[in-house]
Design a protein around this ligand. Structure first.
Ligand code: PXG
Length: 459
């Protein structure tokens, strides 16, 4: 890659031809992009020579940290051996076979069949077609409705957008996929009002029961949810939420799709968010941490009770992608999982790092502008507020969050803003000293925000 270019040159060339994902290009090009040129461990480097602690692990995915040569080497070997072959027409190849076996050994018990995709969005598209087909082949073609949640994120393909509950995404590019409905999210901080978190958790869970009754249980194929909503703003459900949802799912004849694209591969301190909350998904969607983002790849793990019906009754499942189980991506995933297992990164996250993060990040709750500084596993958030008691929001949603994100990056820490919630999701390879650095940089930024708010009077 060329490195003898100035930031201004890169920006000009980028602005000329590159249309960025999920971006307002007029705004991006007015400021000029941040050009990331290399990365090592938990740090990214930009073209101005800044070294920035990546508190988001890329886009929630770089579990093992940057610069792991083992992954590149495994990919290079696979590229030499077999760079591509498809898995259609009764073919397979060793990396796909080995990876399916490996993933099945890691997923919750009784999930033994693995369908490969190229991304989290494709995983959720696969899940949607799969659950509808599962019911159809059992003589229940009317069970087509999938219930998702407001502010859930399930990807950017048409099915992903529709399954997700992001208002701004629903407003563009419709009409959306039919027979997908949404219930409220278990976001006590913003929506719990005077209820205790526990009371609110039950209320939010029972919205599922009410929705099943509203549309008719005989019409519902599945419920889809992230164990902890990520892109929605690291929404950690109250302790009562998942047990009540579990009760409802058990009583009703519908499937449960766990979207583990963010929670999977150790993010919650277990291999799966489903394990953290004792959930038994019928379909489990993954991507991101599967390869630590080194190559694009997703997969769907399917419970035996579903795969047995499909294998027996569906004939050909007319679904699959050119890059399903791409050999180089499989090699990257196998090498990535070997690091996670070999260095016990998931166990260390649970025993060591997550409690440390809870202590250090949690201490930010003492700051006058922070209403909540919760963590769960290696996920963390800061709810910014002008009034800690009432949990009020700033008058212009997102403005303070955006300001804080920009200051944080200038201070050497990537924190993401979702409206006025600041979120982190660092690599599992982070050290305690780096967690200290992350918390110190966040505190510095919060203090700057405090001064900014006082100076501008913005509340
Ligand atoms: N499910 C979940 C839970 C995700 O977080 C996807 C599916 C889609 O994955 P792909 O690989 O198709 O992007 C995601 C992706 C953000 C942000 O702003 C989050 C994602 C993607 C883009 C932006 O936090 N998550």
């Amino acid at each position: 890659m060329l490195t003898n270019q100035t930031t201004a040159q890169w920006r000009e060339r980028d602005a000329a031809h590159h249309w960025h994902p999920q971006s307002d290009m007029k705004e991006v090009n007015a400021h000029g992009s941040r050009i990331i040129t290399r990365a090592e461990g938990v740090y990214i480097h930009d073209s101005d020579g800044n070294k920035i602690l990546d508190g988001m692990a890329g886009l929630w995915c770089v579990m093992v940290g940057y610069g792991r040569k083992e992954i590149g080497a495994a990919v290079a070997r696979q590229m030499d051996e077999l760079p591509y072959y498809n898995l259609f027409f009764q073919c397979s190849h060793p990396p796909a076979t080995q990876l399916a076996e490996k993933i099945a050994s890691l997923t919750p018990p009784g999930m033994n069949k693995i369908f490969f995709t190229g991304s989290g969005s494709e995983s959720n598209d696969t899940a949607l077609r799969l659950v509808r087909t599962y019911w159809a082949v059992q003589g229940k073609p009317e069970k087509t409705i999938v219930i998702g949640r407001r502010n859930g994120y399930h990807g950017s393909t048409l099915a992903g957008v529709t399954l997700g509950g992001m208002k701004a995404m629903h407003e563009q590019g419709g009409p959306l996929v039919p027979d997908i409905t949404h219930i409220d999210q278990p976001y006590w901080y913003d929506e719990g009002g005077d209820l205790s978190p526990e009371e609110f958790g039950l209320k939010a869970a029972r919205a599922l029961e009410a929705e099943i009754d509203r549309v008719g249980e005989n019409r519902v194929a599945a419920f889809i949810a992230e164990p902890i909503q990520g892109a929605g703003g690291v929404i950690i459900p109250p302790s009562t939420y998942w047990p009540e949802v579990k009760r409802i799912l058990k009583e009703r004849e519908i499937l449960f799709i766990a979207d583990e694209v963010i929670c999977g591969f150790g993010r919650t301190g277990e291999w799966w968010g489903s394990t953290s909350f004792d959930l038994q998904p019928d379909v489990l969607c993954m991507a991101k941490g599967l390869t630590s983002g080194y190559l694009p790849m997703g997969a769907v793990a399917v419970a035996d009770r579903v795969s047995e019906v499909m294998y027996e009754k569906a004939g050909e499942f007319t679904h699959g992608y050119t890059y399903s189980g791409h050999p180089a991506a499989c090699a990257a995933a196998l090498a990535n999982i070997a690091i996670l297992e070999g260095e016990d990164l998931v166990g260390k996250a649970k025993r060591d790092l997550a409690p440390y993060l809870k202590e250090k990040w949690g201490a930010l709750a003492d700051h006058p502008l922070v209403g909540d500084a919760s963590t769960f596993g290696m996920l963390g958030k800061l709810e910014l507020t002008p009034n800690k008691k009432t949990r009020a929001r700033f008058a212009k949603p997102g403005r303070i969050g955006g300001w804080t994100r920009n200051r944080s990056i200038a201070n050497g820490l990537v924190m993401r803003a979702v409206r006025d919630s600041m979120i982190i999701s660092p690599p599992l390879s982070i050290t305690k000293a780096e967690i200290d650095e992350m918390a110190a940089k966040a505190l510095k930024t919060l203090d700057e925000l405090h001064r900014h708010v006082k100076e501008t009077g913005e509340i």
